[in-house]
Design a protein around this ligand. Structure first.
Ligand SMILES: NC(=O)c1ccc[n+]([C@@H]2O[C@H](COP(=O)([O-])OP(=O)(O)OC[C@H]3O[C@@H](n4cnc5c(N)ncnc54)[C@H](O)[C@@H]3O)[C@@H](O)[C@H]2O)c1
Length: 415
């Protein structure tokens, strides 16, 4: 196969092994993993084993289906993959065309900047960095390098959200007025690093709300820009279940485990706007069901007796069910992760702009920052401009420490 994209993976833990690898790369022959990098020897060895098993399983499936060419391609790849505990050495020796950044958020920016400066295209896990301040050097490196940079948000490649966007884009509910989106579960107690606000830039907001707010933005249209943010009653941005079993024992949590906030998106040219209500939670869901409200009707997800997902579009006097479907004209084996990785690889090959670019990733971080600021200021609305002016002032006053100061301020303001 011509023009395969050689990929170096940096960070080979959870998201790489169970999602990118097993739900993505093994189905995408246009991508060729040539190198694995992890600073943890055990994780690196685990990842190498998991990778071998996953490709061997896929090779057997391909042979069974009669696709011996792809099976032979993957078998050959397996012989060539090299492992590293140092990214610089990997960039030097493996010379990948692209780097897939799968580490925790505190290292996304420095790793992505290094990769871009080395001439690689980059795909980066969410959130783009710990804070908006940390996204700025990355934005700069993307602009200067001219390389393809995709901020991963797997939800927008999921058939449900893809179909919702079609409903909105197709004018089925008129102009979008508002959307309710929630990303919630009981908490990642199994992973101590997620509870360290200085690793992530907070807790449930950079981890969970980022999915909901980026996807909400996709639904209302990326041509609109986030302009104002307000922590929303009654919960706001809060620590709710304050003692958690993390790293083997009950501890007081530092970061927020729940967040509810509104975002106003406005198109600077047409002045069209929409409001979204976002929940990002590690203390279960309490937001209303997902719904997109338009000037002519509403759209919400449902499931029929056989488990098929649909979108119910309700007007004043009628309702219809739109079946949820991915791009049904081609194989779509595992939803969002498959979609985001293949779109990245195809985008690199075709020189096509990414759907979620560095600008979206950076603004999404600013929304999180403004939600912290709103909470700290008695839940009053905060304009994006105001948040950014404040962050820039911190950069002037604190230099390299500005991002940490911003995180500290956010924590001090929590309910
Ligand atoms: N989209 C999703 O649904 C989803 C789900 C889970 C995690 N994530 C995101 O994926 C990222 C990683 O999460 P995870 O659960 O895989 O974490 P993890 O801790 O399991 O894996 C991260 C790995 O990166 C390695 N690492 C750290 N610094 C490194 C460096 N400088 N060079 C090389 N390796 C380094 C660590 O040793 C670790 O093995 C996070 O940003 C998280 O938010 C996304």
């Amino acid at each position: 196969m011509a023009d395969r994209v050689d990929v170096g993976i940096v960070g080979c833990g959870g998201i790489f092994q169970w999602a990118h690898l097993q739900k993505g790369y093994v189905y995408i022959p246009e991508a060729r993993i040539t190198a694995l990098v992890d600073v943890n020897e055990k994780t690196l060895a685990d990842a190498e084993r998991t990778l071998k098993k996953a490709y061997e399983k896929r090779i057997a499936e391909l042979k069974e289906a009669g696709d011996t060419d792809t099976a032979a391609l993957f078998a050959d790849d397996l012989k060539r993959i090299r492992t590293y505990n140092d990214m610089a050495k990997m960039l030097d020796e493996a010379e990948p065309a692209a780097v897939d950044v799968c580490t925790m958020p505190d290292s996304h920016m420095p790793i992505a900047v290094k990769a871009l400066n080395a001439g690689c295209h980059v795909m980066c896990e969410k959130p783009m960095a710990r804070t908006w301040i940390d996204t700025l050097p990355l934005l700069d490196a993307v602009r200067k390098s001219g390389k393809h940079f995709q901020q991963n948000e797997n939800w927008i490649w999921q058939p449900g959200w893809y179909s919702m966007r079609k409903v909105v884009d197709g004018g089925m509910i008129g102009d979008v007025i508002a959307a309710y989106l929630s990303a919630a579960h009981g908490g990642p107690e199994g992973k101590a690093a997620f509870w360290d606000p200085f690793k992530q830039g907070g807790g449930a907001m950079p981890d969970m709300a980022i999915h909901a707010l980026t996807t909400a933005w996709f639904v209302v249209g990326f041509e609109k820009k986030p302009v104002a943010i307000q922590a929303a009653a009654p919960v706001g941005v809060a620590r709710r279940f304050r003692k958690r079993i993390v790293a083997g024992g009950f501890r007081d949590i530092e970061a927020e485990d729940d967040s509810h906030f509104m975002v106003r998106y406005e198109d600077p040219d047409s002045l069209r706007w929409a409001t979204t209500m976002i929940e990002g939670s590690w203390s279960y869901r309490d937001a209303p069901d997902t719904m997109v409200v338009g000037s002519a009707g509403t759209a919400a997800f449902g499931k029929d007796e056989e488990g098929h997902e649909y979108i119910e579009v309700k007007g004043a006097n009628d309702s219809r069910r739109i079946p949820v479907s991915g791009p049904t004209w081609e194989e779509y084996p595992a939803g969002g992760y498959y979609g985001e990785i293949r779109d990245f690889v195809r985008g690199v090959r075709e020189g096509r702009a990414p759907m979620v670019d560095a600008g979206v990733g950076s603004e999404a971080q600013a929304v999180v920052g403004a939600a912290f600021m709103s909470q700290a200021n008695g839940m009053r609305p905060v304009e994006m401009r105001e948040f950014k002016d404040h962050a820039r002032q911190l950069m002037e006053e604190h230099g390299d420490k500005a991002s940490d100061v911003l995180i500290e301020e956010g924590l001090l303001g929590l309910r």
